[in-house]
Design a protein around this ligand. Structure first.
Ligand SMILES: Cc1ncc(C[n+]2csc(CCOP(=O)(O)OP(=O)(O)O)c2C)c(N)n1
Ligand SMILES: [Mg+2]
Length: 666
């Protein structure tokens, strides 16, 4: 009670001006950044943090905290100011002074993992709001598993015009409205300004109508009027629908010459203007110097949720779910899922089947979902093609969140960003599918899975021209290489059921790396016929068929491994010894030590086969080696005809082997 009174004692404007001035001064010192947005949203953020947000700055990872997502990541100084003022230990005034400098926690845009209290990496507009949908959905799933007394937090988002203009926001809003994620509240920085000037240059949307059309509760308020803001948030938190509050604000609020103008958006205010701002806001303090009474008031605010957190901890430790949840939070029970699949691996080898790897993946999921209900699957309207729905799963619906399968609809981009949100929340592992070619539709969010180091598993089927008749629009060509170009992303392309299982095991074990599992539509013959306990695929590349003193090395991934195996047998008859190397994950192989790499990549000539472009294979191949794959778009025809047409055939490999060997003998 006392703490609340202390907060009331300090004038709202002083609290919000502390945010404004920290932001202005930090941007000025860094000589870059965006002061306008934090100045404009300081009032809304102050009301949110002092009156609504459930948090305890001394325990930033409390799992039942309300989440705050700054989707408008360019306004990063807003969140840095809030975290500093609320007394988060992880951030000091020195960090604020070091805004945007090398190795500082206060990066240009908020980065997950750099600073406790930053819930997700934002900056690419529209991603944050979609992450927030995933977080709000996870809260519902966890509440349904373990009870609403343990999981009952809200997810607040600040999004600007930019976030709402981005296409991904439409996918995310529509999905959230459909599932009725009532604890999701978006505070829209309705300032009518973006970089190029007034938003009227490029949009005339009625945002309230737009959200209403997607089943949202919508409100408007004056974003500089604390009481109005408070009343609106009060209504939002009690409405069962997700809420949008359009907060009418002035960008650069407090700047005599730049308020309301795009000139306050993305560059320092300048020394003279800052003097005028200090005067207008009646802020007579030196840069980075927050008066003790204001700082104390903010610091106390940061701790006012402590009592509730402690009460919750007690409830939690007394709960019958404590051990289970704790094992999940600590990662124990989700980190060993892969080890529980060994018997299944034995059965695959004992009873080898010719299957499409998408089907093999479904079989793995049938096993996995028997062991864990924390794997949250889904597909962007291609469930039957991606084979992502396991026998034991049922759908999550607006009325029932106890399932573990999400019908994302045709919303690939949001699906990927929602999966990032699910991975960020805690307690769940998301996987989701579409066609590999449509990773293009997910790519910005896939890149963020990798940048944040999240265990998100992308099940991407129809992985080559082998998909056949759907033709070049649906046939991935450059995609494997383009995805391999993303750092900290592992692209798996297994060749049969055993490798598919091993790819899944590897993906699950990669706690800080997202994975793409690229799977075939067409049936593939088993290549792994002997049980080996070791996860061979996890090396990225391994010797599948060895010959004494081999003359040539055939490297292949996925569906093309069968070609290499057949060629090796045929060459044997001609007395040519070909080693066959399976390459289920090039990214993983690149990470192996030199010793392992040189065992595989010794001086024997090489031929690599993959029904995609050569680019990512260059590292493996010297000038004299040969790559057999694609260098143009595909075509619409049965798979067999396409492989022939594009010369990805045994005959082509054999003639290439002979070309290399003859050349060598010259
Ligand atoms: C996907 C993406 N496109 C472009 C940008 C560059 N950018 C950063 S902020 C911004 C304008 C955003 O306008 P708004 O959300 O209204 O922010 P305000 O200017 O009101 O702070 C743009 C285009 C970006 N960060 N992300
Ligand atoms: Mg704007």
């Amino acid at each position: 009670m006392k703490l609340n009174n202390q907060i009331e004692d300090i004038n709202h404007r002083e609290l919000s001006n502390a945010i404004r001035m920290l932001s202005v001064d930090a941007v000025e010192k860094a000589n870059s950044g965006h002061p306008g947005m934090p100045m404009g949203m300081a009032d809304v953020a102050t009301v949110l943090y002092t009156k609504f947000l459930k948090f305890d700055s001394s325990s930033p990872r409390w799992i039942n905290r309300d989440r705050f997502i700054l989707s408008a990541g360019h306004g990063s100084m807003l969140i840095y100011s809030l975290l500093y003022l609320n007394g988060y230990e992880d951030i000091s005034i020195e960090d604020i002074k070091n805004f945007r400098s090398l190795h500082s926690k206060t990066a240009g845009h908020p980065e997950y993992g750099e600073l406790k209290g930053v819930e997700t990496t934002t900056g690419p507009l529209g991603q944050g709001i979609a992450n927030a949908v995933g977080i709000a959905l996870s809260e519902k799933i966890m509440a349904s598993k373990y009870g609403e007394d343990l999981f009952n937090h809200k997810t607040f988002v600040i999004a600007g015009d930019g976030c709402l203009m981005e296409g991904i926001s439409q996918e995310a809003i529509s999905f959230a409205g459909h599932l009725g994620l009532g604890k999701l509240i978006v505070l829209f920085d309705n300032n009518g300004i973006s970089i190029d000037g007034p938003t009227s240059l490029s949009t005339s949307d009625d945002q309230l109508l737009r959200f209403k059309a997607s089943n949202w509760h919508t409100l408007e308020c004056d974003g500089h009027h604390p009481l109005e803001i408070e009343k609106s948030i009060n209504k939002a938190v009690t409405d069962p629908r997700p809420s949008l509050i359009a907060c009418k604000t002035k960008i650069g609020f407090g700047s005599p010459n730049k308020e309301g103008k795009s000139s306050s958006h993305g560059s320092p205010m300048g020394k003279e203007e800052i003097q005028l701002i200090r005067k207008k806001l009646n802020w007579g303090f030196e840069p980075f110097n927050i008066p003790k009474n204001i700082l104390d008031s903010w610091n106390n605010n940061g701790l006012k949720g402590k009592a509730e957190r402690v009460k919750w901890e007690k409830l939690y430790s007394d709960s019958k779910h404590y051990t289970e949840i704790n094992n999940i939070v600590l990662g124990k029970s989700l980190d060993n899922l892969e080890n529980d699949l060994e018997n299944y691996k034995v059965s695959l080898v004992n009873d080898p089947n010719t299957l499409a790897t998408r089907k093999s993946s479904e079989n793995v999921l049938n096993e996995l979902t028997k062991i864990s209900s924390h794997l949250i699957g889904g597909s962007a309207d291609l469930t039957g093609s991606n084979n992502t729905l396991a026998k034991n799963q049922k759908a999550i619906t607006a009325n029932n969140f106890s399932g573990s399968y999400i019908y994302y609809g045709i919303r690939e981009h949001a699906m990927a960003a929602i999966m990032n949100g699910i991975a960020l929340h805690c307690g769940l592992i998301p996987y989701g599918g579409t066609f590999l070619v449509f990773t293009d539709y997910c790519r910005p969010a896939i890149r963020l899975s990798a940048l944040m180091g999240l265990r998100v598993i992308y099940v991407m089927t129809h992985d080559s021209i082998g998909l056949g008749e759907d033709g070049p629009t649906h046939q991935p060509i450059e995609h494997l290489s383009a995805l391999r170009a993303i750092p900290n992303l592992e692209v798996w392309r297994p060749a049969d059921s055993v490798e598919t299982l091993e790819a899944w095991q590897s993906a699950l074990a990669s706690k800080n790396t997202p994975s793409i599992i690229a799977l075939s539509r067409q049936n593939l013959k088993p290549v792994r016929l002997k049980y080996v306990k070791q996860n061979l695929a996890s090396f990225g590349a391994y010797i599948l068929i060895e010959k004494k003193d081999p003359e040539i090395c055939l490297l292949a991934s996925g569906s093309e491994l069968e070609i290499a195996v057949n060629v090796s047998e045929k060459l044997e008859l001609e007395g040519i010894k070909a080693r066959v190397i399976s390459v289920p994950c090039l990214d993983r192989f690149y990470m192996q030590d030199e010793n392992y790499k040189s065992q595989i990549m010794n001086s024997i000539p090489k031929i690599a086969i993959e029904a995609g472009v050569r680019q990512s294979w260059d590292f493996m191949l010297s000038e004299k080696d040969i790559f057999i794959g694609m260098s143009s778009f595909g075509a619409s025809a049965p798979a067999k005809d396409l492989y022939k047409h594009f010369s990805i055939t045994e005959e082509k490999v054999i003639s290439s082997v002979k070309l290399i060997l003859n050349r060598r003998n010259l």
